[in-house]
Design a protein around this ligand. Structure first.
Ligand SMILES: *Cc1c(COP(=O)(O)O)cnc(C)c1O
Length: 378
């Protein structure tokens, strides 16, 4: 909770649920990353928070953007981004959207399969392309699993193919999984990319670009993470060790680490209840925002937001926390050991801290009639 957000909540008393984002924190996070990894160009991952004020703040700081769809490309352009500062990073794109992006002047595209390469060669002739490789996601609290990327030998063949089909084979990308708690995962992945670079050199293709993806963590409830500077040191040392004198152009695609800690979700307690007369039975606390209102990353209790209430400091007891819908899956935390003040009552507000990433855009439109949360960028 920043003083600016605290003041906003006190003075404006906005309706709940709502997301309040402090743009000064977005800017500070961007600048901290840029300082920690000065040789890497930052492509902010738009999907983490596509709010126009966030994009405009980052355009003002010189950021480039990683977009997942033509619609995300459009909002980047609307925010004042140059097409040459946009990477179309989704490896699964419709041919029509590739053509539209190419027409708008976007010239950098990701792929991880022959089928996608066919589309790029046909609809974005001559474009710069990079191949995403499969890497382990161990240590990630929100893994991207094995859905994206291909094996090293396939990446090699596809990049040679790309060159032979008139595309500009730029390099290789990976993503070590979101909210990655282990900096060494980047070292393992960078080692794999170096093998692709040397294979391609033997095949007569000089790759230039290494895209180290996103994955840098935010501070949630469990605060045992290394500092961003530690991640940066591991990454830069790894690039030097694996690439020696011919350092590639570095690209990074941070999402969570730029916006998560800039945002707070302000929610109202709709009900505090018990399900039996047993004194030891936990209280159930129902918020007016849940899994379908934007808290998708509570799936598996993976992302655990710190909570703040006006009763903090008083005696606390165990709680099960749930959302307001009539869906049995709409339980946020049951196993993660949350406690809340015993004084907490129906009608109180609870603030979810570090909730600026992967929240508001996840909200369903009208499930159970609930409207998506309001967004305030201050
Ligand atoms: C989601 C995503 C990111 C951002 O990841 P974070 O863990 O939020 O930093 C970056 N690149 C790609 C390709 C992504 O899909």
């Amino acid at each position: 909770m920043t003083p600016k957000i605290e003041r906003f909540l006190a003075e404006k008393a906005p309706g709940t649920p709502c997301l309040v984002v402090d743009l000064d924190v977005v800017a500070a996070n961007y600048e901290k990353l840029a300082r920690a990894l000065p040789t890497a160009r930052i492509y902010y991952a738009v999907k983490a928070n596509p709010g126009a004020p966030v994009l405009k703040t980052l355009v003002g700081l010189g950021s480039a953007f990683d977009a997942a769809s033509f619609e995300e490309i459009q909002i980047c352009l609307d925010a004042g981004t140059k097409p040459s500062d946009i990477s179309y990073g989704n490896t699964v794109k419709k041919a029509r959207d590739i053509a539209r992006a190419h027409q708008e002047g976007v010239s950098l595209f990701a792929f991880d399969s022959e089928g996608e390469l066919d589309k790029l060669a046909a609809h974005a002739p001559g474009a710069k392309v990079y191949c995403r490789i499969l890497v382990g996601n161990e240590g990630a609290d929100w893994p991207l699993s094995h859905k994206f990327g291909c094996s090293l030998d396939m990446a090699r063949d596809l990049l040679v193919d790309a060159r032979n089909r008139g595309l500009d084979a730029q390099g290789v990308s990976f993503h070590v999984g979101s909210q990655q708690t282990d900096p060494q995962q980047w070292d393992l992945a960078i080692g794999r990319t170096a093998m692709v670079f040397s294979d391609l050199r033997e095949a007569g293709v000089e790759l230039k670009m290494l895209n180290i993806g996103g994955g840098l963590p935010a501070r949630y409830r469990d605060d045992r993470l290394p500092e961003i500077d530690t991640y940066a040191e591991v990454i830069l040392n790894s690039v030097r060790r694996h690439f020696g004198n011919t350092l590639p152009d570095l690209i990074m695609e941070p999402g969570r680490s730029v916006v998560a800690e800039a945002g707070v979700i302000h929610t109202e307690v709709v009900l505090v209840s018990k399900k039996s007369h047993d004194a030891a039975a936990p209280r159930w606390v129902y918020f007016d925002v849940g899994k379908f209102g934007g808290l998708a990353e509570t799936q598996g209790e993976a992302i655990r937001y710190p909570l703040r209430t006006r009763h903090d400091g008083g005696a606390e007891g165990p709680v099960i926390i749930a959302g307001p819908t009539c869906d049995g899956a709409d339980i946020l935390y049951e196993k993660a050991g949350y406690t809340l003040p015993l004084a907490l009552q129906t009608g109180d507000s609870v603030d979810l801290i570090a909730a600026g990433a992967y929240t508001a855009p996840y909200a369903s439109q009208r499930f159970n009639g609930f409207l998506p949360m309001e967004e305030h960028y201050i």
